[in-house]
Ligand binder design. Structure first.
Ligand code: NAI
Length: 332
């Protein structure tokens, strides 16, 4: 099988880390026609926008894309490329696996959880207004459709990945109507998925539990705002943004991207850590059903990290991006 996949190198360190991900995937033997299209700061002069139509068309055609970080131009009035893609492609689920790797400094040893964040509504629906001069209101939207969809997604993901438990995170004790509806939907969906253990937890308690004993959690599903906050917090549990992959998934399309930004401070020096980009590639392979190659890459990367001999500067080493990538390829 040969896959057609859109690859957006992005800005800053994007091209360097995306090349690393591509080289590792190619070396693992998965056959991919990479359709490379540019988006971000670098194309604004040519196209008058950071997200040209042909980039969206390419993803719509191929259904799968992997994307490097793009610099968000400050104060130039362009819509964020990430928000633009999410809306244009209806990418309703944000998925962030958070896992400890030996060799990556962190406070915990055995975290392996997935945060599933609803990507389209909640307080992020953008419905806000001023009330006179002295108050402002943001409306929290929770719908049955989006809640059912995201919780079903979480259960499907749990099953596909052989996971045992889904926890719905909410604040239904206070927001009885909005989060109450989310929780009701979650419980109903759980009823039809009895083979996976289900529980729910209030977001404040969840925050404490995640810091105390993150190893106890498996798949967590939650509305947009809690997902935004807890997913960054969870990244902090395993060594930070440089090592955490992510994906935005829709009905028949998916855009995979690491969590970190374009890191202009280290761009073009061949020193960026490609771990997050490579793990993002691993997520993409699992999505394609290429589990064996995904597993092999994950193992090779784990070995390089664990050996601790060839590491990029952020992990305490002095290897170049290309040396670190080459070492992973050697171990495939
Ligand atoms: P950033 O993640 O680019 O950098 C934060 C710090 O982490 C920097 O010191 C950077 O050198 C370091 N860092 C990040 N990734 C690294 C890696 N792979 N290896 C080694 N060190 C790494 O966040 P920042 O500085 O807030 O944002 C820079 C630009 O990226 C901004 O224009 C922002 O809007 C954009 N951005 C884009 C994202 C995307 O397209 N998905 C996500 C986050 C930020």
């Amino acid at each position: 099988m040969i896959y057609n996949i859109t690859l957006i190198p992005g800005d800053g360190i994007g091209p360097e880390v995306m090349k690393a991900a591509r080289d590792v995937i190619n070396a693992a033997g998965v056959k991919i026609n990479w359709e490379i299209v540019d988006a971000g700061e670098g194309v604004i002069e040519e196209y008058g926008t950071p997200l040209p139509d042909h980039v969206i068309d390419s993803i719509k055609r191929n259904k799968i894309a992997i994307k490097g970080p793009v610099t968000t131009p400050v104060g130039k009035g362009f819509r964020s490329v990430n928000v633009g893609l999410r809306q244009a492609l209806n990418l309703y689920a944000n998925v962030r696996p958070v896992k400890t790797y030996k060799g990556i400094p962190s406070r915990y040893d055995d975290v392996d959880l997935i945060i599933v964040r609803e990507n389209t509504e909640d307080l992020y629906a953008g419905i806000e207004h001023n009330v006179g001069d002295s108050a402002a209101e943001s409306i929290k939207i929770i719908t049955k459709k989006a809640s059912d969809r995201i919780v079903e997604f979480a259960f499907d993901l749990a099953k596909k990945q052989g996971r045992k438990k889904v926890t719905a995170v909410h604040k239904a004790n206070i927001m009885k109507l909005s989060d109450g509806l989310f929780l009701k939907c979650a419980r109903e969906v759980a009823e039809s998925n009895k083979d996976i253990e289900f529980s729910d937890m209030i977001v404040d308690a969840m925050s404490m539990r995640l810091v105390q004993s993150p190893e106890k959690y498996d798949v967590l599903v939650m509305p947009n705002l809690y997902g935004d906050i807890l997913s960054d917090m969870a990244a902090g549990l395993v060594g930070g943004l440089g090592v955490v992959p992510g994906a935005n998934i829709g009905y028949d399309m998916a855009v995979f991207e690491a969590v970190h930004g374009s890191a202009p401070d280290i761009a073009g020096q061949n020193i960026a850590n490609p771990t997050a980009a490579i793990l993002t590639g691993v997520m993409m392979l699992k999505h394609l059903g290429e589990f064996e190659a995904a597993e092999r890459i994950d193992k090779a990367l784990s070995k390089v990290l664990e050996e601790g001999k060839i590491l990029t500067f952020d992990l305490g080493g002095n290897a170049k991006t290309t040396e670190f990538t080459g070492e992973i390829i050697k171990k495939l």
